[in-house]
Design a protein around this ligand. Structure first.
Ligand code: ZN
Length: 438
């Protein structure tokens, strides 16, 4: 009986996944954006980008990696190795002249052991020079490891990439603010990133995009050495176009393949991108194209790192960040600013924070869509309840009072369109209890 139930369960999940992955919720016009991008961004940032690419070299990357792996070693969350790594990362960021802080978190990271573990993420901020560009770009990786491995690739490679990108990018000025973040608690269940994203979300920090790197240092053939896999959220197509154009423009000549398209409602996540995607942020995860047979084993050692490949994966992220940080975003963006995720809400007032993402909403609620215009004026914002279009708003403020009779889970979705037909989407899931409909 168990196997039958399991089979049915598996089949339904697979059907659901296939369905969810194949339903496109938005379309963009990449060709239009590409040509505009050519005219605007690259021409102006050319030398700066070239410099940045050159400064990210093997010596720089190797130095960070050797300290992390050979001097510190295993960095299992809650151990002194993990703590030592956080101190090392903190000092590196400080030496770069960045604003650094520990972001402390605590959680019961082990189901069989109820002890509260306290650990710390390390965040470095490079303040943007133009207050008009108020959305930040985040690059993160996890510095903790699984038990019994020094984690050179998982995720020494990502941590080193964050450090190297910070080291080089901190030598320049950019319009937008950049944040370089290293998390702990990833291996036990994304604890550090979950706490970090909740704080980010509650502070209403606008985020243009989050880059995650977890396993970007392995390539054993020249073919894999020119490939990168990406997993990403629905509205990042224009950023991936920039990445693709950049790689050819500067002679890196990498090819990108889609690892998977992120489904924000999936009950599991594979790395620190996950909390970001659940809270509605746009996210791009960069992965090596070759699988790693040494995953979570003592063999995940420095000898299995392909340093010239790691230099190149780091370059792609850092240069893309540099281009984005200075450019005017051409596509519209949208965020559901109300209701808030992870709360208990009644009468449209937040009563309590919860550990969940899905909010419990009692009584009617005002859906407020915060829209950022690209280069074209906004045409309209559509409000969906499940798949049903409830309302189309053509004037600011873009909002809709949701007062459907309900006892259950629902998805709310907003889609913004500009006059050229470019669109962006945000969606969230709510547990909606609304008996009266007045
Ligand atoms: Zn990892």
């Amino acid at each position: 009986m168990h196997t039958t139930v399991l089979k049915i369960w598996c089949i339904s999940i697979i059907t659901l996944l296939v369905f969810v992955q194949t339903v496109p919720s938005k379309t963009i016009a990449p060709q239009q954006q590409q040509s505009k991008y050519e005219q605007n961004a690259l021409v102006h940032t050319d030398e700066k980008i070239q410099d940045i690419l050159l400064k990210i070299n093997e010596t720089l990357v190797k130095n960070f990696m050797e300290y992390l792996i050979l001097n510190i070693g295993v960095r299992y969350t809650g151990t002194s190795g993990c703590q030592n790594a956080s101190h090392y990362i903190y000092e590196q960021f400080e030496d770069m002249g960045l604003q650094v802080r520990y972001h402390n978190w605590s959680a019961k990271i082990n189901r069989s052991n109820p002890t509260l573990v306290t650990s710390q993420n390390v965040e470095a901020t490079q303040q943007g020079s133009d207050p008009e560009y108020d959305d930040v770009i985040i690059f993160n990786a996890h510095y903790d490891t699984a038990k019994g491995t020094v984690g050179a690739n998982d995720d020494g490679s990502g941590t080193v990439a964050v450090l190297a990108a910070a080291y080089v990018l901190s030598q320049y000025r950019f319009n937008r603010t950049m944040k370089f973040v290293t998390f702990s608690g990833e291996e036990q269940g994304l604890f550090g990133s979950d706490a970090y994203v909740r704080e980010l979300y509650d502070q209403r920090t606008p985020v243009l995009v989050e880059f995650n790197a977890d396993g970007i240092g392995r390539a054993t053939t020249s073919e894999y050495g020119r490939k990168i896999r990406l997993s990403y959220t629905e509205d990042t197509g224009w950023i991936i176009d920039i990445m693709k154009e950049m790689t050819n423009e500067y002679g890196l000549n990498f090819t990108f393949t889609t690892f998977w398209k992120v489904n924000r409602f999936l009950p599991i996540g594979f790395s620190d991108y996950y909390p970001f995607t659940r809270f509605g942020y746009e996210s791009i995860s960069v992965w090596e194209a070759e699988g790693d047979p040494n995953y979570h084993s003592p063999r995940d050692n420095i000898s299995n790192i392909n340093f010239s490949y790691l230099v190149n994966t780091t370059r792609h992220i850092a240069a893309t960040m540099a281009i984005l940080a200075d450019m005017q975003v051409e596509v519209p963006q949208v965020h559901i600013a109300n209701p808030r995720a992870g709360k208990i809400i009644s009468n449209d007032t937040i009563r309590k924070n919860t550990k969940y993402v899905t909010s419990l909403i009692i009584d009617k609620t005002n859906i407020y869509a915060e829209v950022t215009q690209g280069i074209y004026p906004i045409d309209r914002v559509e409000f969906y309840y499940g798949t049903t279009l409830l309302f189309t708003d053509t004037e600011e403020p873009y909002e809709y009072m949701l007062n459907k009779r309900s006892i259950g889970f629902h998805r709310i979705k907003v889609v913004v369109y500009d006059e050229q037909g470019n669109s962006a989407t945000d969606q969230m899931r709510i547990l909606f209890l609304n008996i009266k409909t007045k």
